[in-house]
Design a protein around this ligand. Structure first.
Ligand code: FES
Length: 184
């Protein structure tokens, strides 16, 4: 009798005549009932989207251009004047400079630190090791060994389409890097 008590929800009939009506006389041994409870909890967790993926879902996102969040091209309007704007959600820097538009990865090519645009100096600088870059992404000085990484871009009726799946590294793909520009 006392063996059943913990398994019954509040309000479950405890009358001797009805106590076993829906559990077959509680033919299950304690281990079997414990197994079923565990299984039910696992199913509930799965339905709620918890379980093994929970840690991943709750872990902070590391800053990396390799983050798996790519997809169709991102559309941007053509900047009205020379300068840089940063789309942090997509880790893209859009630059208009001397009748050309570029789209760069936000991360420094040296160790992936987020680059900064210095408006007063009209250039980029990495806050970590101070690498400097011109507005077109070309390397000036510092620990980096190449210019800022450029995304493939093209102009269409909607503006500037940036292909987040195609990133050109100047040292490995100089032709692709040089071609990643829209003249305006
Ligand atoms: S991370 Fe940018 S120069 Fe080192």
């Amino acid at each position: 009798m006392s063996d059943h008590a913990p398994d019954h929800a509040p309000g479950h009939a405890t009358d001797a005549a009805t106590e076993h009506a829906d559990c077959g006389g509680c033919a299950l041994d304690p281990d079997r009932r414990a197994f079923l409870r565990t299984s039910a909890a696992a199913v509930a967790a799965a339905l709620l989207g918890l379980g093994a993926r929970r840690a991943d879902a709750l872990a902070p996102l590391a800053f990396t251009r390799a983050r798996a969040r790519r997809g169709p091209a991102r559309m941007y309007g053509i900047p009205a004047k020379d300068g840089a704007s940063i789309d942090r959600d997509n880790e893209v820097i859009l630059v208009r400079w001397q009748n050309a538009v570029y789209a760069f990865a936000l991360s420094c090519p040296h160790q992936n630190t987020a680059l900064r645009w210095l408006e007063a100096d009209q250039r980029f600088q990495c806050p970590k090791h101070k690498s400097k870059y011109r507005p077109d992404g070309s390397f000036i000085e510092g620990r980096a060994t190449r210019g800022m990484d450029r995304y493939s871009i093209k102009r269409d009726a909607m503006g500037i389409a940036v292909d987040l799946d195609t990133l050109h590294e100047e040292d490995k793909d100089p032709a692709g890097w040089a071609a990643a520009v829209v003249k305006i």
